[in-house]
Design a protein around this ligand. Structure first.
Ligand code: ADP
Ligand code: MG
Length: 326
């Protein structure tokens, strides 16, 4: 049973108290939407486990940053403005210098996005560190949902992809053997994309009037775009050559680049769809929010995701995205 089937089977049953409330959005999008009399509440939770989502020797400042950043990225995916967060943390022992750095990284990002830390829970763990953050934001309807992509929309992504996956592979390799000089240089150029992602909130809030569907890329472009397609009941044709590649990857072989940009997780970039008439508005929003955006294809009828090369030939044997229980 994969991660998504598990959630469907065991955890979708208790949404009843809200399920008939107008504008309620439950399990299945980047955040839930809890309708309110003014702006609606937008809520999400993401958890990081030592040994699975971060290495034991990670700089705690960066871990504190990332624990909040991945949640702010889910708020961005709903074009919601952060308001507050809750921090759950389980620690095997109290390490004050570690906690000082962790909280500095967390608090600095929280302050930058006006996201108040208003509660949480702290406990001793028997093994390893667990960090679980809940983030709350607000957004006015109509909401930006995975289910709103329309046939004829452009498909866009922000930023350039691939660096987090390359950094992760190198950090794993470094545990087994020493890296060559060129590998060490590549790690230095890609590492911050993995360890210190910047949530694209400014871009998300500014493009909201122009877009239909959006998701943040946490499990790989193909898998996350597939969530939009499934939820919207549409297909997509993506031009492989248009997908922006992180500049540090240019010298890598084509297969490795393809793996990294199509199925690499931890990107926290936005993938969104919008009607072609808004192309220049979206580009202007990106300029204003100092982000980069790129049109990579379009939404089509059907249910399939077609990836084509510059000759419009379909690419086959595509890598899969990340799934915890696949
Ligand atoms: P994301 O990558 O945006 O964080 P996920 O793919 O992790 O989203 O989760 C898919 C959906 O399932 C989300 O709406 C999330 O809130 C929901 N979900 C995940 N785990 C659980 C759970 N244990 N109970 C209820 N809902 C869950
Ligand atoms: Mg998400």
């Amino acid at each position: 049973m994969d991660e998504f089937a598990l959630i469907r089977q065991f955890f979708t049953g208790a949404q009843a108290p809200l399920s008939h409330v107008e504008r309620f959005v439950g399990i299945g999008d980047d955040c839930a939407v809890i309708p309110s009399s003014q702006s609606d509440w937008v809520v999400c939770k993401d958890m990081l486990l030592e040994g699975r989502h971060f290495f034991s020797d990670v700089d705690p400042f960066l871990l504190g940053h990332k624990a909040l950043a991945v949640n702010l990225s889910d708020l961005a995916a709903m074009a919601a403005k952060p308001v507050a967060c809750l921090l759950g943390i389980a620690l095997p022992h109290v390490d004050e210098p570690w906690l000082s750095r962790f909280s500095e990284g967390f608090n600095r990002l929280a302050t930058r996005y006006d996201c108040a830390l208003v509660g949480g829970d702290t406990t001793r763990s028997t093994e390893g560190i667990v960090v679980s953050v809940t983030a709350l934001g607000t957004a006015a309807a109509p909401h930006v949902l995975r289910s709103e992509a329309k046939i004829g929309d452009d498909v866009w992504i922000s930023g350039a992809l691939g660096a987090p996956k390359v950094a992760l592979d190198l950090l794993l390799k470094q545990q087994e053997s020493e890296l060559s000089a060129s590998e060490a240089a590549l790690l230095a150029a890609t590492r911050s994309a993995l360890e210190q992602p910047e949530p694209e909130l400014n871009l998300a809030l500014s493009i909201k009037p122009y877009i239909h569907a959006m998701i943040d890329i946490s499990d790989g472009l193909l898998q996350d775009l597939s969530h939009i397609l499934r939820a919207s009941g549409v297909g997509a044709q993506i031009d492989y050559e248009r997908i922006p590649i992180h500049p540090a990857l240019q010298s890598l072989d084509a297969t490795r680049i393809q793996q990294a940009i199509l199925s690499g997780g931890d990107e926290y970039r936005l993938c969104f769809t919008a009607a072609p008439k808004y192309r220049s508005d979206i580009i202007q929003c990106a300029v204003n929010s100092r982000s980069e955006v790129q049109r990579i294809g379009r939404i089509i009828a059907g249910r399939e995701l077609h990836l084509v090369d510059e000759k419009q030939q379909e690419l086959r044997n595509l890598p899969q995205g990340f799934n915890h229980f696949a």
